[in-house]
Design a protein. Structure first.
Length: 111
């Protein structure tokens, strides 16, 4: 039997919510420290972002550099960063998705 006339134990719910928030914060911190790589042009341009999507590094193979065609190089850079960000989003969903779903299942929380 649930105490309080059928109402869930608010103290227990608050503790669960606080634990989930702590787990979420820890997962976000882990993502911020996790390097994720993306590439374009068959590896001619490689971008490294954090799991939270912050650009950390960019490596350009000298073969990709043509002073007469900087547009292609720019396109490769954009594509490599997008590739890395896409990989970072997948990691975010993998790590944060279950936590966000857990928070969404709690009554009274706006998730």
């Amino acid at each position: 039997m649930i105490p309080g006339g059928g109402q869930p134990d608010m103290q227990q719910l608050l503790q669960q919510a606080q634990k989930m928030q702590q787990d979420l914060a820890a997962a976000q911190q882990e993502l911020a420290e996790t390097p994720v790589e993306g590439s374009a042009g068959g590896g001619l341009v490689k971008a490294t972002v954090t799991g939270s999507g912050e650009l950390q590094g960019l490596v350009i193979d000298p073969k990709a550099v043509d002073p007469e065609d900087t547009e292609t190089l720019a396109d490769l850079v954009v594509a490599a960063v997008r590739d890395a960000n896409h990989a970072a989003q997948e990691i975010q969903q993998e790590k944060l998705g279950p936590l966000a779903q857990g928070l969404g299942g709690m009554p009274g929380l706006p998730f």
